[in-house]
Design a protein around this ligand. Structure first.
Ligand SMILES: NC(=O)C1=CN([C@@H]2O[C@H](COP(=O)(O)OP(=O)(O)OC[C@H]3O[C@@H](n4cnc5c(N)ncnc54)[C@H](O)[C@@H]3O)[C@@H](O)[C@H]2O)C=CC1
Ligand SMILES: CC(C)[C@@H](O)CC[C@@H](C)[C@H]1CC[C@H]2[C@@H]3[C@H](O)CC4=CC(=O)CC[C@]4(C)[C@H]3CC[C@]12C
Length: 411
């Protein structure tokens, strides 16, 4: 792994009760013997001469769409942009009229051959595809299959086809909050923290991140080394954030009121989606030139968004949209919230054969919401010159405008 962060928050976490990483390589080995010979992307000898091919997995998701649009706006070397997703958005059509060739690929990262076909010939892969599920919608096995095996398939496709640069969208959850509810207060990539997880989502992200970092330096087809890094966003907000939209609609249904459940003192790190997208674009661009420094490294995503409780932060956008947060302190005692969260989990289990019941409040979301987790770092700035593209004021305004539009479409 890279020079920094050997033992800190970039150290290896523990997933309690989860399968250890098996060394089985994806089924890609057999099926791609010839595919690798077909395309030999070499970034260094072509970065200046020819236009580059980028692949964004999960390119139609909340973050993925912003990465796609940011690449089209701010990556001058872009010749072809491949957007790989299980669900392609209709908005992709409007992107096909520009100077960059945009190739929409409907595919599944759990299907190794589909990943390999999409990766073949790409110079850079930005891997954002994943199941972001902390609400019990998908089974633990499915979350693992998509987030871990899917990432393994992406790595093996890079190795087999000769793609040398891979940026992985990891998560703060790789670090914490841990199962003991320890706060992570304005920590950084080197902060010592006991990263112990039980929930399928953080476990899958931790295992996937480890695969990506350990793949750094592997020889890819053509004999050059693979260069990887992982970016760890904290809670992303901005245009397209469905949870924010859900809170807004919940408040509208309750006559404009939201009721405080989390103490205002619990700080949660949040980061604007546009700045997360920009960090991905910049990391992908600099990964070649700064391979020795960036290869195998993790970087928290950060910007000027203020440290606030999850609910108070949301009110920065929902307040201007007419909602009010009732209570200077939680209206319900914590033990009652714990009981209600457990009741939701029981109801989800009982109703699963009939209907999917997946409310926001469950034991995991309550624990995460109630545990301080904020980052304070400049590692991305030191390593590849990252500076937020959007100020807090701009991020806030853009998000408010989006919430207002999303809310009006709900009525
Ligand atoms: N939303 C957040 O606050 C944070 C998200 N992240 C990470 O950022 C990445 C993107 O997250 P979001 O944009 O929030 O989620 P999202 O659910 O909006 O986007 C994920 C995209 O991946 C696609 N996808 C899912 N399974 C797939 C599969 N098997 N094959 C191909 N595509 C598949 C989905 O169709 C979707 O378009 C994820 O890796 C997530 O773990 C990290 C930190 C915070
Ligand atoms: C019902 C109340 C307790 C309410 O306040 C619950 C809020 C809850 C839905 C969110 C609180 C913290 C969020 C998570 C956090 O931002 C870290 C995340 C990182 C990711 O990689 C994916 C999303 C998430 C798990 C995010 C999900 C929603 C919360 C749990």
């Amino acid at each position: 792994m890279g020079q920094e962060g050997e033992g800190g928050a970039s150290g290896r976490g523990r997933c309690v009760g989860w399968p250890a990483l098996d060394e089985r390589r994806g089924p890609l080995q057999a099926s791609l013997g010839t595919l690798g010979q077909r395309l030999q992307p070499g970034m260094a000898d072509s970065a200046q001469a020819q236009k580059l091919v980028y692949l964004v997995t999960g390119g139609c998701g909340f973050l993925g769409e912003h990465v796609v649009r940011m690449l089209l706006q701010r990556e001058p070397r872009l010749g072809e942009l491949r957007v790989f997703d299980r669900h392609l958005g209709p908005w992709l059509e409007e992107l096909k009229t520009g100077p960059v060739r945009v190739t929409a690929i409907q595919g599944d990262v759990t299907e190794a051959h589909e990943v390999a076909a999409a990766v073949a010939g790409a110079h850079v892969v930005i891997h954002t595809a994943g199941l972001v599920d902390v609400f019990g919608r998908a089974s633990p096995e499915t979350i693992h299959e998509v987030n871990v095996q899917g990432t393994r398939n992406v790595i093996e496709a890079c190795v087999q086809t000769g793609t040398r640069f891979l940026v992985y969208t990891s998560s703060m959850e790789v670090v914490g909050p841990n199962t003991k509810g320890h706060p992570f207060y304005r920590g950084n990539e080197d902060t010592l923290y006991e990263a112990v997880h039980r929930h399928p989502y953080p476990c899958s992200k931790a295992l996937a991140e480890r695969l990506v970092l350990e793949a750094n330096g592997r020889e890819v087809h053509g004999g050059l080394p693979l260069v990887t890094c992982a970016l760890r966003p904290t809670g992303i907000y901005g245009e397209g954030h469905q949870i924010m939209r859900d809170f807004y609609r919940q408040g509208l249904r309750l006559g404009g009121w939201l009721f405080r459940a989390i103490p205002a003192s619990v700080e949660h790190g949040r980061v604007y989606v546009g700045n997360v997208a920009w960090m991905h674009v910049l990391a992908a661009r600099e990964l070649e030139r700064r391979a020795a420094l960036m290869g195998g490294q993790v970087y928290f995503c950060y910007d000027g968004s203020p440290y606030k409780s999850y609910e108070d932060f949301n009110m920065e956008f929902l307040g201007p949209c007419g909602l009010q947060l009732v209570g200077a302190r939680p209206l319900l005692p914590y033990w009652l919230l714990v009981f209600l969260a457990a009741l939701n989990a029981l109801l989800q289990w009982l109703l699963r054969p009939l209907v999917l019941y997946a409310p926001l409040l469950n034991p995991y979301t309550l624990a995460v919401a109630n545990t301080t987790f904020t980052v304070s770092t400049d590692k991305a700035q030191r390593h590849f010159g990252y500076e937020p593209l959007f100020s807090w004021e701009d991020s806030r305004t853009r998000t408010i405008l989006w919430v207002q539009a999303a809310g009006s479409s709900a009525q």
